[in-house]
Ligand binder design. Structure first.
Ligand code: NAP
Ligand code: MG
Length: 451
């Protein structure tokens, strides 16, 4: 049994039984038995079932959002977007089953055709920071391509995933095609790695656990998609629209209380506008609304747990604090938005993923310096740059080693564009037109037509 706690109050919401090894094995066996039936559902029927699932999610959007507000402390605005994202991803990949075509390749003496075969059982391991979207980015294309799915939510945030599993059945998905298995990472998640029937793992979480999953998967040459940490840069050039850049900066790092692998947690400002930009940023940070997350005006809620708050606080203890925003006092795992001045690129808060509402700032000299500093990290997930110079925008976009970049904006996630990391931020891409194929293997068939 795992306690499920409301992070905005610290109050116990419910307790959820965790699956043991035998139950996990039984679920994987059921998923394996369901595979043949599911892959053979006619493409149009599979598409219709996914669309119906999307409709059912939409009908329960407020309920799902409310669960996430209470379980993860997400602001209600974010939580509604997240439930809507599951719906949208379902609708997007509902267009896939009838379009999953192979090729016909010219050969002598016959015909040659390719098929995108589903893999079998796919295991999805989800972290606590975005329980609904990250689940959907895995299970939806996996199902659309004809795989069956076992999904392990994070122990801290299992409630929306469990509900999505119920809604799938309500929508008419056959039993055991999509199963949600709450439990420990070291038990349920680890079994996905070692069980031979699980043919692929989609893991999102810490780089440390991601590496261990990749190492474990090598034993069976199991496919993996990894979405790991980030330490993304937000680069502000002197020629940028500084008003817009300053106004957009707080949300780029404090959204979801900074518990976002895409958080732009390193701010690089060109030295000629450094003081000016910080003076513009301060009121924007102070105005950022950290409030009880169920209220419509909240822009940020609490951190996920007491333990995580202690970890985040440890980064601020000996650092130079430029300024902070506000946070409610009282119960719950609250932490104010905090802006730190890095003394050098060696500072722990500059180098490590804090995963909290903490922004580290450094000045840079020129374009080359900005690129060098942005790339001075083992991560490469997202990032932003602000400039009015189109040539510079393109040069810097190409030079920064990161998977998803935005110019004069901080957006990095659209369900119809690819998302994923370079370097140690991950392996493979989710979302967009190509993600589907990573849930298939190509089979080549030659048919001899000689008489
Ligand atoms: P984590 O340990 O990597 O957990 C992510 C998921 O993996 C959870 O479902 C977890 O299960 C599971 N897991 C843990 N150990 C496993 C194992 N040996 N085999 C299989 N699955 C396993 O991350 P965390 O401890 O929650 O967070 C630690 C740090 O990771 C954060 O502070 C942050 O820096 C980073 N992080 C990054 C992301 C991201 O989006 N890239 C997301 C979350 C965390 P349990 O629920 O049982 O732990
Ligand atoms: Mg962990």
């Amino acid at each position: 049994m795992a306690d499920v706690i409301d992070p905005s109050t610290g109050v116990l919401l419910t307790r959820v039984p965790g699956m043991g090894l035998a139950e996990t094995d039984a679920a994987i066996d059921r998923a394996q038995r369901a595979f043949d039936g599911w892959r053979n559902v006619a493409p149009g029927d599979r598409a219709r079932l996914l669309r119906r699932f999307a409709t059912v999610v939409d009908e329960h959007l407020d309920e799902l959002a409310d669960l996430e507000v209470r379980n993860a402390g997400h602001t209600v605005g974010n939580a509604r977007w997240e439930a809507g994202n599951v719906r949208d991803v379902l609708n997007y990949y509902a267009g896939a089953p009838e379009r999953l075509s192979g090729r016909q390749i010219p050969v002598a003496g016959g015909i040659d055709v390719t098929f995108h075969e589903p893999l079998g059982v796919v295991g999805i391991i989800v972290p606590w920071n975005f329980p609904m979207p990250i689940a959907g980015w895995g299970f939806v294309p996996a199902l659309a391509a004809g795989n069956t799915v076992v999904l392990k939510p994070a122990e801290l945030t299992p409630l929306t995933a469990i509900r999505l599993g119920e809604l799938a059945l309500e929508a008419g998905l056959p039993p055991d095609v999509f199963q949600v298995l709450p439990g420990k990472g070291s038990v349920v998640g680890q079994r996905f790695v070692t069980h031979p029937a699980v043919r692929k793992i989609c893991f999102t979480g810490s780089t440390e656990v991601g590496k261990s999953i990749m190492a474990g998967a090598s034993d069976q040459v199991k496919r993996v998609t990894l979405e790991l940490g980030g330490k993304s840069a937000n680069i502000v050039f002197a020629d940028a629209d500084l008003d817009k850049a300053a106004a957009a900066t707080p949300a780029s790092v404090f959204d979801n209380a900074g518990q976002d692998c895409c958080a732009r947690s390193r701010l690089l400002v060109q030295e000629s506008v450094y003081d000016k930009f910080l003076s513009m940023l301060e009121p924007a940070v102070q105005a950022f609304r950290v409030e009880e997350p169920s209220g419509d005006t909240a822009e940020m809620g609490p951190l996920i747990s007491a333990g995580h708050r202690a970890t985040v606080a440890s980064y601020v203890e000996d650092a130079d604090v430029a300024f902070t925003g506000t946070a409610p006092d009282g119960d719950g795992w609250w932490f104010p938005p905090t802006v730190l001045l890095a003394r050098s690129t060696g500072d722990r808060h500059w180098r490590e993923e804090v995963f909290g509402p903490v922004l580290s700032v450094l000045p840079f000299r020129d374009e080359q310096d900005a690129i060098r500093l942005a790339n001075d990290t083992s991560y490469g997930l997202s990032g932003s740059l602000w400039t009015r110079d189109l040539g510079r925008a393109l040069r810097v976009s190409r030079a920064v080693e990161t998977g998803a970049l935005s110019v004069n904006s901080h957006s990095s996630v659209r369900y119809w564009t690819p998302f994923g990391g370079m370097k140690q931020s991950g392996l493979g891409r989710e979302l967009g037109p190509d993600a589907l194929l990573s849930f298939t293997d190509v089979k080549n068939v030659f048919i001899n037509t000689d008489s």
